[in-house]
Every structure is written in C-alpha cells, then in structure tokens.
Design a protein around this ligand. Sequence first.
Ligand code: COA
Length: 293
Amino acid sequence: MNYTNKMLRDGALKGKNIVVTGGGSGLGKSMTKYFLELGAKVAITSRNFEKLKTTAKELEDETGSVCLPLQCDVRHYDQVEAMRDQVLDAFGTVDILLNNAAGNFISPTERLSANAFDTIIDIVLKGTKNCTLAFGKHWIDTKYENTVVLNIVTTYAWTGSAYVVPSATAKAGVLALTRSLAVEWAKYGMRFNAIAPGPFPTKGAWDRLLPGELKEKFDLAKRVPLKRVGDHQELANLAAYLVSDFAAYVNGEVVTLDGGEWLKGAGQFNLLEEVPSEMWDMLEAMIRSKKNK
Ligand code: COA
C-alpha cells in the first residue's frame, strides 16, 4: 500500500484561486504545495513575512504555479480585510479559503494567564471567524458563487481535551461555525467543511505539544489503531478533494483523518486490546461458568 500517492488528476484545481492562512510552514505548506501542483494559484498568509517569502519562492520553483506571500495576523479584522483586498488585486477572484492558521501549546489550565487563553482563542476562533466573514461578505456582495471554506479542527473539538483547553474551546467554536454556515450560506453558493486531523508530525506543533523528552515518552503512533502517524500527503489529498468540484455535494461535513485514534480513546472496553489472545480461552471459561449461578 502506498498512502503517499497523490490522489487527484493533473489540473484538478486549475482556475481555482485559494487562500491558505498559516501557509508558510507545516501542514498549511504541504496542502499549499499540493494545490499548486494541481494547478491552483495560492496566496499564503502568516505573521512572519520572511518565512512566507522563502516558502512561496520554494513552492513556485518546485511546482511552476503562482504562490503569493501576504503578511497577515488573522487576529485583526483590519489586517484580514487588507489581505483579502491584496489577494483580489493580484488574482481577481478568490474561490477557496482554507482556515489553517492555529496556535496551541500544552499547559495545566490554572497556569494560564487570561491573556494566554485569549491568545489561542484569538488565533484559532477569532482568526477563522475574521477570515470567514471577510471573504464571505465579499462573496455575497459580489454574488460570486461556487466558493468553499475549509476549516482545520481537531478530534478533541467534540470530546474536549485536558491540557489544551483554550485550543479545545476554540476548535469547538470553529466546528460550530462550519456546520452553522454550511446551512445558512449555502444559498450564496458557499460550501463549508472541516477536517479533523490526528497526529501529523510538524515541527511547529510538536515542539509545543510534545516538547523535549515527551516525544519519546508519549509515542503518538502507539495510540493509533493503525499504529502510525499520518503522512502530510494524506491530509493534502483530502483537503484537495474537499475544496475541489468533485466534492460539490459535500457540505457541513467534518472528516476525521486520524487512523482511528480518538475512537480508541473513547470506547470503554477498547483497553482489552492489551489482553493476549491466549488469555481469551480462560476469560471465556470464567464468563460462561457464571451463567448458571
Ligand atoms: N505556557 C503558558 N503561557 C504561555 C506559554 C506557555 N507555554 N506560551 C505563551 N504563553 C502566554 C504568554 O506568557 C502570554 O501571556 P501573558 O501576556 O499573560 O504573559 C500569552 O501566552 C501570549 O504569548 P505571546 O508569546 O505574547 O503570543 P504570540 O502571539 O507571540 O504567540 C503562541 C502565540 C503562544 C500561540 C505561539 O506559540 C505561536 O505563535 N504559535 C503559532 C504556531 C503554533 O502554535 N503552532 C501549533 C499549532 S497546533
């Protein structure tokens, strides 16, 4: 099995203009690269313009498509509007918004200052809201249809998670935004979907979520029923499909891509995976012996 193969046919995103927030590194960069390979023009945004410029140049050289770096802190609506206007000036239209920019770190919640909590909410929830509102209003005003918003959430958006409480709170909000607008703004020709990725190694996230020795202590691959972490191309394949016209009837969906990780933690008896197969004869005999008592 080769799960690193590229899924869509050549030119599948030709004619599509895409904005990827947080596109300068990590998963945002991997998805951007695949969109460019499929023929799209992509604007990438983040706070770090130098990093963006380097990434854009690298991806243009690799793919031969147009990648536009634009500085934007998604926490500020005026910066988001300015970014939107710059993309429109450069590309003429925007068809797809990928809300990928995020911030997260592990911490006991009682150690967080109010500002630390706000910082994550502002990047993740307010940032996604800012971009969605800026592009959504523009699409409505100009009657520009067949547009797509794809949001990146996480599997703990619906379960919650200790030690990443601001992120869990914010991602739950993003999930609600996705599903709400999938209904409300469908009449304007917009689709809203989300992806909930499991463990996909990136330097930015893993240095904040599994710093130092924690990487060795908590091997995330072991938590996944499929016993491996995700490959960036697998996420890029799903993202490209969901933003493409092939997914024209997919609206309001959140697709989990985690090798079964969150369900493994959810099932009350899933820990019986640890019971060696030879022990089941004895366990069965014990259970059956109770029947007639
Ligand atoms: N534990 C507790 N508090 C922390 C912290 C930590 N590890 N890291 C930052 N903070 C606090 C800061 O002390 C500050 O609060 P204060 O003003 O009350 O002291 C607040 O969080 C904001 O931090 P600051 O560094 O000023 O914000 P920033 O906007 O420069 O950075 C972060 C935002 C903290 C989210 C930073 O990690 C970041 O830029 N992340 C983006 C990339 C990322 O997180 N990728 C992973 C995505 S899954």
